[in-house]
Design a binder for this molecule. Structure first.
Ligand SMILES: *[C@@H]1O[C@H](CO)[C@@H](O)[C@H](O)[C@H]1NC(C)=O
Ligand SMILES: *[C@@H]1O[C@H](CO)[C@@H](O)[C@H](O)[C@H]1NC(C)=O
Ligand SMILES: *[C@@H]1O[C@H](CO)[C@@H](O)[C@H](O)[C@H]1NC(C)=O
Ligand SMILES: *[C@@H]1O[C@H](CO)[C@@H](O)[C@H](O)[C@H]1NC(C)=O
Ligand SMILES: *[C@@H]1O[C@H](CO)[C@@H](O)[C@H](O)[C@H]1NC(C)=O
Ligand SMILES: *[C@@H]1O[C@H](CO)[C@@H](O)[C@H](O)[C@H]1NC(C)=O
Ligand SMILES: *[C@@H]1O[C@H](CO)[C@@H](O)[C@H](O)[C@H]1NC(C)=O
Ligand SMILES: [Zn+2]
Length: 474
């Protein structure tokens, strides 16, 4: 669209751009006053399904994100299990790229097995990636972890500077007190710049009672919210609140299961025909002989189960390209449970299903000096949290599958104009100008003029990096 504008309109336009810049600059005046980045505390409440936030009152969590940001839904990684997703949060990698593919794994190269609940401390499982607590150490920072999955494993022969060996009996408060102590530091030890804190609820109760049990879930979420209260209280009393960035998130959601939704493998295929590696809701198995015959039998086994030969696993699941992905995987439909035989439902709630299901999605909330206040977005990828945390800590990110671009708007120093707003703004301005001037169309003396945010007076607030350009021809 080309237009010829009178000089006064051009000035008006420049004033408008200036005004927008001024609005964008507010709140960042003191952004560079602090030496070094603020410390970062990452907290995970296992199995916190995104819609719990809407179903149950969570006053402490609401207070936290009203002072910061809320991402209503995180698209997590397949399979939507605890270990794969916790490792994705601290590496930014899909399961196929970090190597923690399930709660039960078999490695055909080393012939080793991995079982959550058993001994998971063999570094061989973890060494395909490097978690943030090690990368931050490489930048000279102290780091601390409290029960975060994998954080008591000597990955590359290293752990965080401080860690707690996994023990489900250690209370939330004890984990928290250790973490704040490490984040404060003392005469001997500098403060930890990055800390990761893990808590087993509401996952544990979600499995036992099922997410649809309002009575049980409202009780457990009350307790989880009380823990958020403890967290804020502890950070406040130690003087850390307001100085550190706090990021509260989770690994996956939870789906309601039922004894009416069982898929029995033995009904379709004799168990002698395969070695079972993992069972439900994603079965991983190795056919003994005749893989195609085994596949055919399983493929017509049940309408609520999808069967893939390894080579046919869809790209979008990011699950195919790893030696630990077994030759055949079966994926139960939402709320269905795969068993070998019988009528016994093992759990009333489960997760692990397709990561495109909203019931599998967790949320993310954050507050602290680097975050905008009272800001909300609908969704984000969980792999984006890693590059976001690297930016918060000014630590170089390892190669990963996330991008900072999608998370940028959460940050106060990265004032961003979302593309739809930008487009609406440009179209609006042009429309108004067209109406005012009453003329539009090509003219011989059109001078294209590029209003790039990088050249306008707002470059100091980071708009250069917003990669949004306002192009106005006149
Ligand atoms: C900016 O930061 C300094 C040092 O932290 C503080 O003393 C000052 O009050 C801050 N100014 C504003 C406007 O927040
Ligand atoms: C767990 O495995 C690691 C590495 O394989 C081994 O060093 C450790 O002793 C084992 N721990 C237990 C309790 O079996
Ligand atoms: C791992 O660390 C321990 C203690 O820090 C050291 O004795 C050992 O040699 C290291 N092993 C390797 C393989 O680097
Ligand atoms: C730190 O955790 C340990 C258990 O690993 C616990 O015994 C101790 O009391 C905790 N420290 C504090 C200050 O709570
Ligand atoms: C829900 O959980 C409660 C325990 O909090 C239990 O007593 C009740 O039977 C459960 N209801 C259903 C429908 O499972
Ligand atoms: C499954 O196992 C049975 C019994 O061991 C055998 O007779 C049959 O051929 C096997 N079928 C396939 C498809 O491997
Ligand atoms: C994910 O990131 C890893 C490391 O950079 C890379 O090797 C892999 O190809 C990426 N996966 C996708 C789907 O881009
Ligand atoms: Zn979990």
């Amino acid at each position: 669209m080309f237009m010829t504008l009178p000089l006064n309109l051009r000035m008006l336009l420049q004033m408008l751009v200036g005004l927008l810049c001024a609005v964008g600059a507010s709140g960042t005046d003191n952004g560079t006053a602090q030496p070094g980045p603020p410390p970062l505390l990452l907290v995970s409440f296992d199995g916190f399904r995104a819609d719990y936030l809407k179903r149950f009152p969570m006053p402490n969590l609401e207070r936290l994100y009203s002072q910061g940001v809320l991402v209503e839904q995180l698209t997590n990684v397949f399979i939507t299990k605890t270990f794969p997703n916790h490792y994705s949060l601290v590496t930014g990698l899909y399961a196929e790229s970090h190597g923690i593919l399930a709660s039960n794994m078999y490695d055909p190269v080393t012939h080793k097995s991995f079982h959550v609940g058993g001994n998971v401390s063999d570094p061989v499982w973890w060494s395909e990636a490097r978690p943030l607590w090690l990368t931050a150490q490489d930048s000279g920072y102290k780091t601390a972890t409290a029960m975060w999955p994998g954080s008591d494993v000597a990955i590359g022969n290293r752990t965080a500077s401080h860690f707690l060996p996994y023990n489900s009996h250690v209370t939330f408060q004890q984990r928290l007190k250790n973490v704040t102590k490490w984040m404060l530091g003392d005469e001997k030890e500098p403060p930890a710049m990055f800390a990761a804190l893990y808590w087993e609820e509401p996952d544990r109760s979600g499995h036992i009672f099922g997410p649809d049990n309002d009575t049980a879930m409202s009780q457990v979420l009350k307790e989880v919210d009380a823990n958020v209260g403890l967290l804020v209280e502890e950070l406040t009393s130690t003087g850390l609140w307001g100085r550190v960035n706090v990021l509260v998130t989770s690994d996956h959601g939870m789906a309601q299961c039922s004894a009416e939704r069982l898929i029995r493998l033995d009904d379709c295929l004799h168990p002698d025909n395969y070695t079972l590696v993992d069972l439900s809701p994603v079965t991983a198995l190795i056919p003994r002989q005749d893989p195609e015959g085994v596949f055919d039998l399983l493929n017509k086994c049940h309408p609520h189960m999808t069967v893939y030969l390894k080579s046919a696993i869809p790209d979008r699941l990011h699950y195919r390209n790893n030696g630990r992905t077994q030759p055949i995987i079966l994926i139960a439909a939402e709320g269905w449970t795969i068993v070998r035989n019988g009528n016994q439902l093992p759990r009333l709630g489960d997760h692990g299903y397709d990561n495109s299901l909203p019931s599998m999605h967790p949320f993310m909330a954050a507050a602290g000096p680097s975050f905008r206040q009272g800001y909300r977005v609908g969704s984000l990828q969980s792999v984006d949290i890693y590059p976001l945390m690297c930016r918060l800590l000014s630590v170089p990110a390892q190669p990963n599958n996330g991008t900072l671009n999608r998370a940028r708007c959460l940050l106060v120093a990265e004032t961003c104009w979302e593309v739809p707003v930008m487009v609406a703004l440009v179209v609006g301005v042009l429309l108004v100008l067209t109406v005012i001037t009453g003329e539009s169309g090509l003219t011989s003396d059109t001078r294209p003029l590029l209003y790039c945010w990088g050249f306008c007076p707002c470059s100091h607030i980071g708009l250069t990096r917003s990669s949004v350009f306002l192009i106005i021809y006149f």
